[in-house]
Design a protein around this ligand. Structure first.
Ligand code: XIL
Length: 420
C-alpha cells in the first residue's frame, strides 16, 4: 500500500537531489562567496561582485535572519515551500535554509499530491521537504490531512458513504504514521467552516461532510493522534483575522467548533490562522481576544499562511511595498506579542512563486505581479521582511527551547532518514 513507487504524480524537477546538491557545491567552489551573496544586498545584481563581501543594511543572513530573531523570542518563523524549487533553484533553497526555522509543504502533502490512485501513495516530494528541513535543523508542519480541495480525481467515483470513514482513517494512519515523531504539527482539518453554506453549526458542505456528516472532524483528529503522538494537532482556517461582521461570525463558529471538540475529549493542540490579508487590513480587538481565549483553553496559535495581496494599491512598486509592509507590521505586531502564538509562517518566501499570481480573483487588474512576501522576485528582502522582523522583536525575549538560532545551508548530501 505504501511506498515510494507511486507513478501518477509528476516529478517536477529532472535533477536528483544529489545532482542539485553537487551543483550547489560547484557554485560555491567556482564563484566563492560572491556567487551566493547577492541576495539581501542592496547593489544591483551586476555590481554584486564588487560589494558582496561587505555586509550592507540589507544583509539579512545569519543573526539578522528571521529565524535567528524568532529563536531569541521563542517563535518559530518560516514559510511554505515547494520541493521542486528546493531541488532546482539554489538561491531559493539557500533563502529558505537561512530564514526559516519551520517549513510547510505548500502542496506536497495534500491528498492530490500523495494519492495518484486509490491504492498507492507517492511520498517522494513530501519526503524531499522533510529531508531538506531536517538537514537544516528546521521543523516541519504537515498540511493537510483533510480538506475539501486538492482531492484527487479518482475520489468521486471511489469514495462512498459506506467506505469514506475507512478511506479517511487509512489515509491518516499511513501519512501521519509515516512522519510520526518528525513533524512539529499537522493541519488535521483545513477550512471546515463556511457560513455561506447555511448550517447552524457553520460547517462547510465539503465532500467529507456530505459523505460522513460532522463526525469526520473528530475521526480525523483521533486517528491523527493515534498515528503520531507528538505532532501538535491543528485546526486551520482563513477569514477569521479581521473584525468585519462576516469574519467575526466565522471566528465565532471556529471557536464553537473547537469548544465542542474539547468538550468531547477530541485531541486538539492548536488553531492555525491562515492570514491571507489585503494591504490595508489590520486586526481589531476581536482577533487578540480570540487568541487569548484559545490560550485560556490551553491551545497554541500558529500564523500559518500569511501573505498580503496588493491588488488594491496603485502600480508604483514603492507604494505597494510600503502598503504591504504596513499591513505586516500592523497585523503581526499585536499578534506576535501574544505568548501562545508560537509559530509564524508566510505562504511562500519569494514573490517569484506566490500563489496569488495564479489566482484570477486575487490578481491585479493591471496584470503586474503581486509583491506579497518577505523576499522579492530576485530574493532581495522587501520592506515586509523588515516589518515582520520588527514585529518578532516586539515579543518578550525568550529562548526557543532546543532550537539552533540559525543553521547554515549545507551543500552536501543529507542522510536520508528512514520513514518506514
Ligand atoms: C494553495 C497553493 O498555494 C496553490 O499552489 C494551490 O494551487 C492551491 O492551494 N489555503 C490553504 C492552502 O490551506 O493549502 C492553499 O494553498 C491556499 C489557501
Amino acid at each position: 500500500m505504501s511506498g515510494n513507487d507511486g507513478s501518477g504524480v509528476r516529478r517536477g524537477s529532472a535533477k536528483t537531489r544529489r545532482e542539485f546538491l553537487t551543483s550547489a557545491a560547484a557554485v560555491t567552489a567556482a564563484g566563492g562567496m560572491a556567487s551566493l551573496l547577492p541576495l539581501g544586498c542592496e547593489q544591483p545584481k551586476s555590481k554584486a561582485g564588487q560589494g558582496a563581501l561587505a555586509p550592507t543594511l540589507n544583509d539579512v543572513s545569519g543573526p539578522r535572519s528571521l529565524r535567528a530573531h524568532g529563536a531569541a523570542r521563542g517563535l518559530l518563523v518560516g514559510c511554505a515551500v515547494n520541493p521542486d524549487h528546493l531541488d532546482g533553484e539554489p538561491e531559493y533553497a539557500r533563502t529558505v535554509a537561512e530564514q526559516a526555522s519551520i517549513v510547510v509543504p505548500e502542496n506536497a502533502m495534500k491528498w492530490a499530491a500523495l494519492r495518484p490512485n486509490p491504492t498507492q501513495y507517492d511520498f517522494r516530494r513530501a519526503d524531499d521537504v522533510v529531508v531538506f528541513a531536517l538537514s537544516h535543523e528546521q521543523k516541519v508542519r504537515g498540511h493537510n490531512l483533510c480538506w475539501h480541495e486538492a482531492i484527487p480525481a479518482w475520489f468521486a467515483g471511489t469514495v462512498t458513504k459506506e467506505n469514506a470513514a475507512q478511506y479517511l482513517t487509512q489515509h491518516i494512519q499511513t501519512v501521519a504514521g509515516r512522519y510520526a515523531g518528525k513533524l512539529h504539527s499537522w493541519d488535521v482539518v483545513n477550512e471546515a467552516i463556511e457560513l455561506k453554506d447555511g448550517r447552524p453549526d457553520g460547517l462547510r458542505n465539503s465532500p467529507w461532510l456530505e459523505l460522513m456528516g460532522p463526525s469526520y472532524i473528530e475521526l480525523a483528529f483521533r486517528t491523527a493522534r493515534e498515528a503520531d503522538g507528538t505532532a501538535l494537532l491543528t485546526y486551520n482556517d482563513y477569514g477569521i483575522e479581521l473584525d468585519t461582521q462576516e469574519q467575526i461570525d466565522k471566528r465565532g463558529q471556529v471557536m464553537m467548533l473547537v469548544r465542542r471538540m474539547q468538550a468531547r475529549g477530541v485531541p486538539i493542540d492548536a488553531v492555525g490562522i491562515q492570514s491571507h490579508l489585503s494591504a490595508g487590513d489590520a486586526p481589531g480587538a476581536g482577533l487578540i481576544h480570540f487568541i487569548r481565549e484559545l490560550r485560556a483553553m490551553n491551545l497554541q496559535v500558529f500564523i500559518t499562511e500569511m501573505d498580503v495581496n496588493d491588488r488594491k494599491l496603485p502600480e508604483p512598486v514603492a507604494e505597494r511595498d510600503a502598503g504591504v509592509a504596513k499591513t505586516y507590521r500592523d497585523y503581526l505586531t499585536p499578534v506576535l506579542a501574544e505568548p501562545n502564538v508560537t509559530a509564524a509562517l508566510t505562504w511562500g518566501i519569494t514573490d517569484r512563486y506566490t500563489w496569488l499570481n495564479g489566482l484570477p480573483h486575487a490578481s491585479r487588474a493591471d496584470g503586474k505581479p503581486e509583491r506579497p512576501l518577505p523576499f522579492d522576485y530576485d530574493y532581495n528582502p522587501t520592506p515586509a521582511f523588515f516589518a515582520e522582523r520588527d514585529a518578532i522583536d516586539g515579543r518578550t525575549a525568550q529562548a526557543l527551547p532546543g532550537a539552533d538560532p540559525y543553521a547554515p545551508f549545507h551543500p552536501t548530501q543529507p542522510q536520508r532518514p528512514q520513514f518506514e
